[in-house]
Design a protein. Structure first.
Length: 214
């Protein structure tokens, strides 16, 4: 069985990223690693959810390689390298929340609703980059809220309801940046990897200022 739907190189890179965030995260090393694991497990669940329906529509992506791992893990690992300071902890959480929100939006959003392109708001095909649906937006917020809820337990006494909501808002915003960049991706500017990296950067920047900053 493939390791969390990753090929061999992707699995090795995922382990390397996990060790990096654990070692350099200092006092937050264990929570950092736990958040990555939450993301990975949630991603697998979202990918497998309604798998038969996705296969029938040609939207099911089972195995992922190193490019996907790097696109999702590069920014969180970069944030962890700066240690457990509050701002960088917020950046790390924001990046993970953003990539989780994006994963939920893309994997669950294709299952229902009428997608609309952000370039003119015309009708779009399911799975088309730069398009959103109501279900996808709700799924995106839910994915980010999952990371916020995980933070509530992984950082005892730090996150209250409003802190969880802040993580959800940051992650959702990062995912929406991904959708906006998808408009350019459809026009041949950038690709899924670069779009995902910018998504996590957006989450990190917002998280740096809005999460853990106090």
């Amino acid at each position: 069985m493939k390791f969390l739907l990753l090929d061999v190189i992707g699995a090795v890179l995922a382990i390397a990223i996990g060790l990096t965030v654990f070692y350099f995260g200092g006092v937050y090393g264990l929570p950092y690693l736990a958040l990555v694991i939450v993301f990975l497990i949630a991603s697998v669940a979202a990918t497998r959810y309604a798998g038969d329906m996705k296969r029938g529509a040609g939207l099911y992506e089972y195995e992922r390689g190193w490019e996907n791992v790097l696109a999702n893990g590069l920014v969180p690992a970069f944030c962890a390298l700066f240690g457990p300071g509050p701002h960088w902890a917020g950046a790390y959480i924001g990046a993970v929340a953003a990539i989780t929100a994006d994963k939920f939006a893309s994997e669950i959003g294709v299952l229902g609703g009428e997608p609309r392109s952000l370039a003119g708001f015309g009708k779009a095909k399911r799975g088309e980059s730069g398009a959103v649906s109501l279900l996808g937006l709700l799924a995106s917020f839910d994915g980010a809220a999952l990371i916020g809820a995980a933070c509530f337990f992984l950082f005892p006494g730090v996150f209250d309801f409003w802190g969880v909501l802040a993580v959800a808002a940051v992650g959702f915003s990062g995912s929406f940046v991904d959708s906006l960049l998808g408009v350019f991706e459809e026009r041949g500017i950038g690709n899924k990897m670069t779009t995902n990296i910018v998504c996590s950067v957006a989450g990190a920047v917002l998280g740096y200022y809005l999460i853990f900053a106090g």
